[in-house]
Design a protein around this ligand. Structure first.
Ligand code: ZN
Length: 134
């Protein structure tokens, strides 16, 4: 089952510029920077109380983030939910008719297994499932 919103992902054109914006917003710098080469993204993570924000910028023009930015511009890219057991959750959501983009979980940023649901099956919102790698 889904436990809570783990983080909200925001697509940005320039990570350096946006890091400064969010640093000012929260009064604290990003606590983590990570590049996910397989996804063509570079990320930074901010904490605000119990909540987390992930900024994502593209590292190459074929990156899904580059395509998102070209189509929609900067803004909320996905909502990530923490799940108890990502393999079971993928199976459950598939059986409920959701379009799962990853049949098997893959390694994401921030030490997590991740899988995405296609926004066409979730009213236009890209949903990320994530489970901490232990
Ligand atoms: Zn995410």
């Amino acid at each position: 089952m889904m436990k809570k919103i783990e983080h909200i992902g925001i697509a940005v054109n320039d990570l350096e510029v946006s890091n400064l914006v969010f640093e000012k917003l929260f009064g604290a710098p990003a606590y983590k920077f990570e590049e996910v080469e397989s996804e063509g993204v570079t990320t930074s993570f901010f904490k605000n109380g119990p909540n987390k924000i992930e900024l994502l910028a593209a590292t190459n023009p074929d990156s899904p983030i580059a395509k998102f930015l070209a189509k929609k511009g900067e803004g909320i890219h996905h909502i990530a939910f923490e799940v108890e057991d990502i393999v079971l959750e993928i199976a459950r959501l598939k059986s409920e008719g959701f379009v799962v983009l990853n049949e098997a979980p893959k390694m994401g940023a921030d030490n997590k297994w991740v899988a995405f649901l296609h926004p066409k099956s979730t009213n236009g919102v890209l949903i990320e499932l994530c489970q901490e790698i232990k």
